[in-house]
Design a protein around this ligand. Sequence first.
Ligand code: ME8
Length: 496
Amino acid sequence: MSKYKFLSTPIYYPNGKPHMGHAFTNMQTDIMVRMYNLYGYETLFSTGVDEHGTKVQQKAESNKLSPQAWVDQLVDNFYGLNNLLDLSEHRFVRTSDESHQKLVKDIWMKISENDDFYLKDYEGLYCVGSESFIKESDLIDGNCPGFGVPPVKMNESNYFFKLSKYLPKIKEMIEKKEINIQPEYRAKEVLNMIEHLGDFSVSRPKSSLEWGVEVPNDADHVMYVWIDALSNYLTVLGYPENMHEFEKFWPNVENIIGKDILKFHAIYFPAMCLSLGINPVSKIYAHGMILVDGQKMSKSIGNVIDPIAVIEKYGSDVVRFSVNREMPMGSDGDFSEDRLKEIYASDLQSNIGNLFSRVVTMSHKFCDGEIKSDDFTEIKEAKEKLESDVFKHLENFEVRKMNECILEFSSFLNKYVEENKPWALNKEGNLDRLNVVLSNLLEGIRFLACFLSPILTKKTRDMQQILNLENFDLALTYKVGDKVNTISPLFPNLTD
Ligand code: ME8
């Protein structure tokens, strides 16, 4: 049976440069995608940018550019980041693309034919920062709670989506875990939110916003950004025009998002899906926020971390490894360069790097770099445990725990070296035992490299060359007569 997974990140507002938060979601999703590939899944990975809306229109005007020309410039920052992060093959959605716009219009028409839109005069407070309407009771000192700026009063006619009609069904689906929200405590938060929600605005008159997808059956309006943006998870599959990929991947779709946009993904989008007559996304993972010294990153505090600068300094592997090693599943966590350096020294240099150096060097010294035994019984149990534990954590979005299991396996192999002392076996002339021990160790580091390959995408290419492997394959083992190449230090000291 073929196994499929479709993992998506949010599509980001392209205003300004991407920050460490955007990089975090993308790295984490990429690690999971690559891990599913390791387990033999066919995957589809999507990310992109959410280009319409008031903020872009305003910024473009102040830069004396058309909105399209403005976003055409900005999108390069995101391409550049993804490239530096060494993301695996992915689809990049731009909501200004013709192909996306056409399909969003089809989606709009389907919802409209289901009689789920109505036009209403609306007066409300609108926050341009979060591109959403805010209730007066949610304001903090008159400011939008997410963006800390005062919203503007709007009085205009909007199309509304009949969310209320779908709320009982969504509640039931979340309770039955047909919409599985992780971590579980976030599902409770969503159930609470449902109690306070009603129909939501899905369009803006062109007189207030021009930069959006035109409503297909009313040329005086453009779609309000969330309908346009949330639909990207469908349009990237060609829905509703081409159903082939949709049928394959939609039953296996997982949205990876930050907790800041959970309401839209766990309530609004499921309601849109129900209106379209399709199943809502079955798994949603809302991760926590990257903080700096316990504080939210913000331009006004001046503590925004530029992922590009950090990657240029330490390389993508170190950033991918350390950020995902550190961030707790679902809750907020700090990023600091000091912590990154500690993780580099203890996990990468000491635990993993030393292991590879010792094993490969000893195998050359004592066994001509050759596998001399295919009896891998002594590491069999640890290998099986690693394979099943990592998969369990992968299915629960526990990227940090996956990382811990991998490090535990590396520690286990280090202990195996210490306990079996190949150098002493060599001195004693106990060559049969030496061959078994070193073969187990070489097979152990081969298996370890397989599990590191989704995280350390570049360093494991060096490991692949050293270990003389065609690819990283969990189902294979070394054979008697296979040979490894020589090694130079994998993780040299960092220079400041
Ligand atoms: O909300 N820590 O775009 P956005 C971790 N366009 N992740 C963070 C983060 C932080 N400090 N800050 C941001 C939008 N993120 C909409 C989404 S989807 C259909 C439309 C990440 O540019 C995290 O994934 O504000 C969060 O959910 C997302 O960026 C918000 O990106």
